[in-house]
Design a protein around this ligand. Structure first.
Ligand SMILES: Cc1cc2nc3c(=O)[nH]c(=O)nc-3n(C[C@H](O)[C@H](O)[C@H](O)COP(=O)(O)OP(=O)(O)OC[C@H]3O[C@@H](n4cnc5c(N)ncnc54)[C@H](O)[C@@H]3O)c2cc1C
Length: 393
């Protein structure tokens, strides 16, 4: 057993792992599945853009060195005193732990939301959303009940907006295939805040809202979901929206295993780290990605994005390697290169290093970012093998 254990093979975990391989540092990586999936593209998998399985890559295809060990199992706890990771397959001791188990949905205590909504949280969940919608649309053919054709997406941040854009490109095709009237379909995107996409500039938000509305979305800002019961979304003020499909994208929090293990966490459950991405409670534990509470130069925590997670993963690998070899660690600073939100297959909005982009240009930039990630993850070999499947230019 190697002394470095990474838990979670998402953006942060995989970047830490590939870097450790390059540094010839042995490690064990523990993940629920034998594959890494592209979380940032889950809306495409849910929204019918080709086969869902193309949004994943076998971990062993990326981590090929014999010194890297992959264990496929569910992590159930961290015992900090004994320095072991508890899993369904037994315990794994570590000298240095890299905690990158990502996020879970934040339900903000809204009654019934967890029980009666779908969440775009994994590749399996994306497949589930897609087949649920297909089932509802088929059911409409049986009983002509229009509720089967109503989809409510709660939350209009990046995930909600990208999902709505994708659905609005796919659903007309689905209607055509199943012989269901497209003009009976309703996609409501419900947001409690007074705006959609708070992370992009105001004029681009307007572009996004206009684009989605023209595609057929019903955008409802300043609208609070207060309860969810089976097939019903209850809004502040008493309105009840009946829907065959209810999807929640309204918030994320860090993996709860951190709080359970007694780490210092913020209100989103993220573990506080120092400038080297080491837990402030335990120098043997590094935390990266959506699980980390790391303040940027402006004193505000870095946002939970794949971009930051990937950079943290690489920085953690360098610092663990330095620590193992008695060398000084380097402080982490993220390089934020902008945010791109897709609005379906051919349009988008966002900014690239501060330069605003919209429409087809933003969509092309988003497609190019897929190639960039594949190159970072598995070099030219993986990019050549996978980009043909993933990139739509
Ligand atoms: C639809 C969507 C679109 C997005 N678009 C963008 C975007 O355009 N740009 C951007 O920067 N960010 C985007 N994000 C956010 C981004 O995906 C996350 O910030 C990123 O995935 C966080 O990386 P991570 O490594 O912390 O966790 P994750 O990528 O979530 O990885 C965590 C890993 O841990 C595994 N795991 C979890 N629990 C356990 C357990 N108990 N045992 C074993 N394994 C476990 C999971 O299976 C997963 O492999 C998007 C998110 C979504 C959902």
């Amino acid at each position: 057993m190697s002394k470095i254990v990474i838990v979670g093979a998402g953006y942060a975990g995989m970047m830490a792992a590939t870097r450790l391989e390059r540094l010839a540092e042995p490690f064990t990586i523990i993940n629920k599945h034998a594959y890494h999936y592209f979380t940032t593209l889950l809306h495409e998998a849910a929204g019918g853009r080709g086969e869902p399985d193309k949004y994943r890559v076998d971990i062993k295809e990326v981590l090929a060195k014999p010194s890297s060990e992959l264990v496929v199992t569910e992590v159930t706890g961290i015992d900090r005193e004994r320095r072991v990771v508890r899993t369904e397959a037994g315990e794994f001791p570590y000298e240095y732990l890299v905690f990158t188990l990502g996020w879970v949905p934040e339900y903000f205590g809204i009654p019934g939301l967890a029980e009666h909504s779908l969440v775009l949280r994994s590749l399996n969940a994306a497949k589930q959303i897609r087949s649920h919608i297909e089932r509802e649309f088929r059911q409409y053919r049986e009983d002509q009940n229009p509720v089967h054709l109503r989809i409510v997406v709660g939350g209009a941040g990046l995930t909600g907006v990208e999902l709505v854009g994708e659905l609005l490109d796919w659903l007309p095709e689905l209607c055509m295939t199943l012989g269901v009237p497209w003009d009976h379909v309703e996609v409501q995107n419900i947001e409690a805040m007074p705006m959609i996409l708070p992370m992009v500039a105001e004029n681009l938000r307007e572009v996004a809202a206009r684009t989605l509305t023209e595609k057929g979305a019903k955008l409802r800002i300043n609208t609070k979901i207060v309860q969810v019961t089976p097939g019903r979304v209850h809004l502040e003020g008493g309105e009840v929206v009946e829907a065959g499909t209810i999807i929640w994208t309204g918030g994320v929090r860090a993996n709860p295993l951190l709080e359970q293990a007694g780490f210092t966490v913020d209100r989103r459950g993220r573990a506080k780290v120092n400038e080297y991405l080491q837990s402030v409670d335990d120098p043997h534990v590094f935390v990266g990605g959506d699980s980390a509470w790391c303040d940027g130069p402006d004193g505000r925590p870095y946002p939970p994005t794949a971009q930051v997670a990937s950079q943290m993963g690489r920085a953690i690998a360098d610092n663990v390697h330095a620590l193992v070899h008695g060398r000084p660690m380097k402080p982490f600073q993220a390089h934020l290169k902008g945010t791109l939100a897709s609005l379906g297959r051919e349009l988008g909005v966002g900014d690239m290093v501060g330069v605003p982009v919209k429409g087809v240009v933003a969509a092309v930039a988003k497609e190019a970012s897929k190639v960039k990630y594949l190159l970072e993850l598995g070099g030219v070999r993986l990019a050549a093998a996978k980009s043909g499947e993933l990139v739509h230019l």
